[in-house]
Write a protein that binds this ligand. Structure first.
Ligand code: GLC
Ligand code: CA
Length: 554
């Protein structure tokens, strides 16, 4: 079945770092509004904005203290309404972030709960009476999931930071409050939500200890709390009460969902429109959040993970292909390493993922080929989770140098630096010092320069988006995907087929010349980066980092 959101091209904005409009070094909603023409020109059709709700910002807005208010740093509800209106005029939809696994500890429900032992809001959260911490589970951002209530033998539960207490989804009244809030934003004109950390809302209610997996004596909480059986009841109710009646798009951050559950989560009648699959973006860490256990990987690992993921998605669901987001390092640095500054190579990884089956996502700055940041000390980091990983890594026996290197490679702050609009001191993001330092030595890599350069990465993204909307739309959007056997190392080949028409996507992710025997005759090369490729009989020669789309003879 077709759905409106299958045709979207979604641009993700990290509001704090996109554009500052009022000279305080912090991006804001009016800043986003001032860049709508840029986004319309790029060709994207929806914007997903990371949380802009009122928040003390210990996790940059993923800690909400009022779901109905916009944080003053970002603007007001009025600004949000204007943004929706002006975006809609340009045929751009607004998707908000929905954070309902937890709130901030400064939310009024939690404030009442913690200050008042007979508050009804205690049951909106997870409070347990105990003389010492109720079990040995470790939170995602480090330390126990339990935090003591001052002056009582009571603890409260948090999956993430201690300033992000988890909501108790077992409480029907709480769930109704959440649904009411979701409908409020949908009524305001939001087209849907990216749904944060949603697989954590159901816990193993026995809260029993697990076998420790670290020197801290704790055990990662995920086995007992992520995608835990029973969650389907909550997710189904959430969908029926909110998203479904509005035909809203929902993209779930749904870590822990296995491939055989894809249909249930994001199939035709699934809980969400689509879910992000992290299998290939997390190919360099042992498990979701333990960055210090860095893994070696090869291009074949990457290709294999993409293929497996796409095959499962095709069977049961719809994909949400991405290579960057606000929790990842920059794709150019991660996938290309020493070739991160090679623009054609950057275009090659773009072409590789953009035409996978699903609704493609672009993260701010990715369209320029922005790279990681080299920080000299832990003090230059802002992200709670990077700081936690640094100290935990040291506790686990890694050296400070190794941990700094790991953070420079993996930290979420790599993606959170100000967007590069121009070569001005603060890159045109702001005229005062930004809340987080810019990427040093990369002042030339910016929107202004790339707009003028027809062969820039930015213009390549524009062309890819145009191609997706062109006469090839049906093939590139709805076409089946099929991966060709990988006989040549470092080359990914996949075919998109719609009715009797097919396109072959060919990507050489190496610095070497590669020769490929073709299965079908090629009609013409319809698109690609500037690297040369040669066709002779049934052999295709791809020069280093060549990436092409070819039309096959019907
Ligand atoms: C998600 C967000 C991340 C945030 C966490 C807690 O993983 O993407 O940025 O820190 O949830 O809300
Ligand atoms: Ca501002």
């Amino acid at each position: 079945m077709t759905h409106w959101w299958k045709d979207e091209i979604i641009y993700q904005i990290y509001p704090k770092s996109f554009k500052d409009s009022n000279h305080d070094g912090i991006g804001d909603i009016n800043g986003i509004r001032s860049k709508l023409d840029y986004l319309a020109d790029l060709g994207i059709t929806s914007i997903w904005i990371c949380p802009v709700y009122q928040s003390p910002m210990i996790d940059n807005g993923y800690d909400i203290s009022d779901y109905y208010a916009i944080d003053p740093d970002y603007g007001s509800v009025e600004d949000m309404k204007n943004l929706i209106k002006e975006a809609n005029v340009r045929n751009i939809k607004i998707i908000m972030d929905l954070v309902v696994n937890h709130t901030s500890d400064e939310h009024e429900w939690f404030q009442d709960a913690i200050n008042n032992s007979d508050s009804k809001y205690r049951d909106y959260y997870i409070f347990k009476e105990a003389d010492s911490r109720p079990n040995n589970w470790r939170s995602v951002f480090g330390g126990s999931v339990w935090e003591k209530v001052p002056g009582e033998s009571t603890y409260y539960y948090h999956t993430f930071d201690k300033k992000q207490p988890d909501l108790n989804w077992e409480n029907a009244e709480l769930r109704e409050e959440i649904y009411r809030m979701i409908r409020y934003w949908l009524d305001l004109g939001v087209s849907g939500f990216r749904v944060d950390a949603i697989t954590f809302i159901k816990k193993d209610l026995t809260y029993k200890n697990g076998e420790s997996d670290g020197v801290d004596g704790l055990v990662k909480c995920t086995t007992m709390t992520r995608n835990y059986p029973g969650i389907e009841v909550f997710l189904n109710e959430l969908k029926e009460e909110t998203f479904k009646p509005y035909d809203a798009v929902t993209i779930a951050e749904a870590a822990g969902v296995t491939y055989d559950q894809l249909g249930e989560y994001a199939g035709e009648d699934g809980f969400f429109s689509m879910i992000f699959d992290f299998s290939y973006s997390d190919l360099d860490v042992a498990s979701g959040s333990e960055w210090f256990n860095r893994l070696e990987w090869s291009l074949e690992d990457l290709f294999q993970k993409i293929e497996i993921s796409q095959n499962y998605l095709q069977e049961q669901s719809w994909g949400a292909p991405f290579i960057e987001n606000h929790d990842q390092q920059r794709a150019a640095s991660k996938y290309l390493m020493e070739y991160q500054d090679n623009e054609e190579a950057v275009k090659a990884i773009a072409l590789m993922y953009f035409f996978l089956r699903g609704t493609a996502f672009i993260y701010q700055g990715q369209e320029l080929g922005m790279v990681n940041v080299n920080r000299q000390s832990i003090n230059e980091f802002d992200d709670v989770s990077s700081i936690d990983q640094y100290y935990r890594g040291i506790d686990e026996g890694f050296s400070k140098e190794y941990m700094l290197d790991t953070l420079n490679y993996r930290s979420r702050d790599n993606a959170r630096v100000p967007m590069q609009w121009s070569d001005e001191q603060y890159r045109g993001f702001s005229d005062v010092e930004p809340w987080l330092g810019v990427v040093e030595n990369y002042d030339e890599l910016n929107v202004e320069n790339q707009m003028q350069d027809t062969s820039s990465v930015l213009n390549f993204y524009k062309q890819m988006i145009e191609l997706k909307k062109s006469d090839y739309h049906k093939i590139l959007n709805y076409g089946d995907i099929e991966f060709l056997e990988r006989k040549v190392e470092g080359v990914l080949l996949y075919r998109r087929t719609y009715e009797d028409k097919s396109l072959l996507i060919c990507v050489n992710l190496t610095n070497e010349v590669k020769q490929i025997e073709l299965e079908k005759t090629i009609d013409e090369i319809i698109f690609g980066n500037l690297v040369e490729s040669k066709l002779s009989d049934d052999t295709l020669t791809l020069y280093p980092f060549a990436a092409k789309i070819m039309k096959e003879v019907e």
